[in-house]
Design a protein around this ligand. Structure first.
Ligand SMILES: *[C@@H]1O[C@H](CO)[C@@H](O)[C@H](O)[C@H]1NC(C)=O
Ligand SMILES: *[C@@H]1O[C@H](CO)[C@@H](O)[C@H](O)[C@H]1NC(C)=O
Length: 327
């Protein structure tokens, strides 16, 4: 497997910390000190996540020099699709990827890493040649805008990578991975189905089924993240036969600058090797890794041959690491 191209797309509607000061009792200084987040991009009225997935996908295909018609599979990592029955097929249609099978994969912020590992299995077995992996979320849809502990954290966006089969000896770019889940931690982070008045059967006609707002126990999630991320990166490195010193970049889920810094410190990775765009986008869940990857590639920071230490972590609870070679 080789990672040949990346792309991303984010909504143009920007919500700054100053905007949030109008909604809830908070302020810019407090938000920046706690999270490192200054702005987030959110879907405007009528704007679809599907469209941002398509744009991100097109850009990844363009960079890779692969035609949409030659894509065999589209994996869409998302927890907030436009259609709760799945949005990958709508992306396939918009892209014109006629021969691709397409489906959604839900694993919150671990979704992109888990999808990349999943896609690689299809490439290694030789059944597919080109797979588009997209990470996208619009968590602004699940936010209670009166809850100042969560509404400051999340933003919307989409990122994508094109993975291609490469059977040559020693050329596989997924060097090692490690994935975990712990459903006992679901209570700390969720947006559960509320039904139609929470009843399985009701004599009342119902016009809308709904999911609840995002609930997050911030301190539990923080503790989990700073413990799980270094472990999963170290375990992935071990499987790759590499050490922390071999990493050119740490490309972590962009949840919160304090988590990025604490995880890098524990791993012993210097700050200049940790890519970050959390100040601009906030926590975009499954989109955050491909988004920061794409920006770093286009800025010329991440270059072909660079070794990346990736880790996604979040709801499930779930956490996943992968050591990948770019380009
Ligand atoms: C978060 O979890 C801890 C430990 O389970 C609990 O003591 C605390 O009350 C929770 N916080 C909130 C805001 O629910
Ligand atoms: C970011 O949001 C996702 C989706 O709710 C969640 O899984 C993840 O834990 C969040 N990250 C943090 C540390 O806030």
């Amino acid at each position: 497997m080789r990672m040949l191209g990346s792309g991303s797309s984010t909504p143009s509607t920007v919500l700054s910390n100053a905007d949030l000061e109008q909604l809830v009792e908070t302020n810019d200084e407090w938000i920046v000190a706690r999270t490192g987040i200054r702005r987030r991009h959110i879907l405007g009225p009528g704007e679809t996540l599907t469209h941002h997935c398509t744009l991100a996908g097109q850009r990844a295909l363009e960079m890779a020099g692969v035609d949409a018609k030659d894509v065999d599979l589209i994996l869409l990592a998302t927890s907030s699709p436009d259609d709760s029955l799945g949005s990958a097929c709508a992306v396939q249609a918009e892209l014109g990827a006629k021969s691709a099978a397409a489906y959604d994969l839900t694993a919150a912020c671990s979704g992109f890493v888990m999808s990349t590992v999943t896609a690689t299995q299809f490439l290694r077995t030789g059944v597919y040649k080109n797979i588009l992996v997209i990470g996208a979320d619009a968590l602004s849809r699940y936010i209670d805008w009166r809850d100042r502990s969560t509404c400051i954290l999340f933003g919307d966006g989409a990122g994508a990578v094109l993975l291609q089969r490469d059977d040559r000896e020693g050329e596989d770019s997924l060097l090692g991975f490690d994935m975990h889940s712990d459903g006992h931690g679901q209570k700390h982070l969720h947006a559960g189905f509320m039904g139609c008045g929470n009843k399985a059967f009701s004599e009342q006609p119902s016009s809308a089924a709904a999911f609840g707002n995002m609930y997050m126990n911030g301190s539990e999630v923080f503790k989990f993240a700073v413990r799980a991320v270094p472990r999963v990166v170290e375990a992935s490195l071990k499987k790759a036969g590499l050490s922390v010193a071999d990493l050119d970049w740490l490309v972590l889920h962009q949840a919160n600058q304090r988590i990025l810094t604490a995880a890098a410190d524990r791993l012993g990775v210097p700050a200049e090797k940790v890519v970050s765009n959390v100040a601009e986008y906030g926590n975009t869940s499954a989109a955050s890794i491909p988004l920061v990857l794409d920006e770093s590639v286009r800025q010329g920071l991440i270059k072909p041959g660079d070794i990346l230490g990736m880790a996604g972590f979040g709801a499930g609870l779930s956490w996943a690491g992968a050591i990948l070679r770019w380009g």
